[in-house]
Design a protein around this ligand. Structure first.
Ligand SMILES: *Cc1c(COP(=O)(O)O)cnc(C)c1O
Length: 390
């Protein structure tokens, strides 16, 4: 009833949160929840983060927004930080969401394929089970045909490979790019095979085909390094980031080593990289860089992984496999029905976990989650499993 003014795109839980502290949330009745979901890998520095709140409020008291027709100093600073942390020789364009920066990546590829006097290359190969966003073109790039119902006609030129190994065989004279997630976030927290990715990257380079890595979910330290591309030891041509970058404030970035690809007017965004979102991202990057340098990121990540492994191994008839990298983890559940039950009982028991793909229980907690919050979250999940088997 209360949701009667909202289009019904989400099957929502009834709970409504009022405040938070790091990986702990409280609802309107004062009930406490451990947050293993972080707004789907968004709240990278936790809830109620004082430093982030302070940086945002200092900024909004001065300027929230001017258009990109003027220089925006925090945006320039943010681009410098991202490029330096990436260790790639690239330039940035800021948008507001994952899907939007993936559109930017696709535009970069399509323009790259346009060379005077040659056939226009426009095809982009993506993977089955991938997820690249909800706008029409990013949706078409998403290799899950069930999601394509109703919304066509779509732009041409997307080809889906069943595996990294199959990509090579789908390349033709029109292929301009390959777009992949290194760990498929919505497709079951599925890491791609490292050797196959490295081999692909080399082969694409030799064929002048762009490698676009969608790090919207894996990036900004989610997998332990600033980028999952670092873990895979590759140098992509285009990278997109969004979810964890602003700590909850909408911001996305598409960065590319083809630094002169766009001319004035080729692309733009009203809000992208404004004072508010750039200031947030700059503070998030400060917090996480320090956290990483102190060794806490890896320490807490290992602690989380060990706790998850211990939890999963206690229920071998329900969890068949642990998947994922760093603070992007999943447990394969025997069936989708059991998975839904676990998620629902978990909310009642005071711990937030989410679904990925058909049968994966996903864990993407704030990167700053404390060890006591991890302990408490798994204590509650054990209570969930008791209720499940009752
Ligand atoms: C979430 C996600 C997107 C879409 O991001 P939005 O901000 O929801 O548009 C795109 N790619 C990946 C890999 C994602 O995880």
């Amino acid at each position: 009833m209360k949701q009667k003014y909202l289009l019904s795109t989400y099957k929502r839980q009834e709970v409504c949160f009022e405040r938070g502290d790091n990986a702990t949330l409280w609802d309107g009745d004062g009930k406490e929840y451990i947050d293993f979901a972080a707004g789907v890998a968004v709240c990278s520095v936790g809830h109620g983060n004082y430093r982030l709140a302070r940086a945002i409020s200092d900024q909004v008291a001065k300027i929230i927004h001017v258009s990109n027709l003027y220089r925006i100093e925090p945006q320039e600073e943010c681009a410098r930080r991202i490029v330096e942390l990436s260790e790639y020789d690239m330039r940035c364009f800021f948008g507001n969401s994952g899907t939007e920066v993936n559109e930017g990546a696709i535009k970069i590829a399509r323009k790259y394929g346009e060379v005077d006097g040659k056939v226009k290359r426009y095809k982009i190969i993506t993977l089955k089970n991938s997820f690249h966003g909800r706008t029409i073109t990013a949706l078409k790039a998403t290799g899950q045909v069930a999601k394509h119902d109703y919304f066509g006609p779509y732009p041409d030129g997307f080809v889906y490979a069943a595996s990294v190994e199959e990509i090579e065989s789908l390349i033709d004279e029109y292929t301009v790019a390959v777009m992949i997630e290194l760990v498929q976030g919505e497709g079951g927290v599925q890491p791609l095979n490292l050797v196959a990715v490295q081999r692909l990257a080399l082969s694409l380079k030799s064929k002048d085909i762009l490698l676009i890595v969608d790090e919207v979910q894996t990036g900004v330290y989610r997998c332990g390094s600033f980028l999952a591309s670092h873990i895979y030891g590759i140098t992509p041509d285009v990278i997109t980031l969004a979810k964890g970058l602003g700590g909850g404030v909408p911001i996305g970035v598409v960065m590319s080593g083809i630094k002169d690809i766009f001319s004035y007017g080729d692309h733009g965004s009203t809000f992208g990289g404004n004072y508010l979102s750039s200031a947030s991202a700059n503070e998030v990057l400060d917090i996480l860089e320090e956290y990483s340098q102190r060794g806490e990121l890896i320490d807490h990540q290992n602690y989380f992984e060990t706790s998850l492994e211990r939890f999963a191994s206690a229920y071998p008839s329900i969890f068949t496999e642990r998947v994922g990298i760093g603070m992007m983890q999943g447990l394969r559940v025997i069936d989708g029905n059991t998975l839904s039950k676990i998620i629902n009982i978990a909310v009642e028991t005071g711990v937030l976990v989410i679904k990925s793909g058909k049968n994966t229980l996903r864990f993407v907690p704030p990167l700053t989650i404390s060890k006591s919050e991890i302990d408490e979250g798994f204590r509650r999940l054990n209570l969930v499993m008791l209720q499940l088997t009752e």
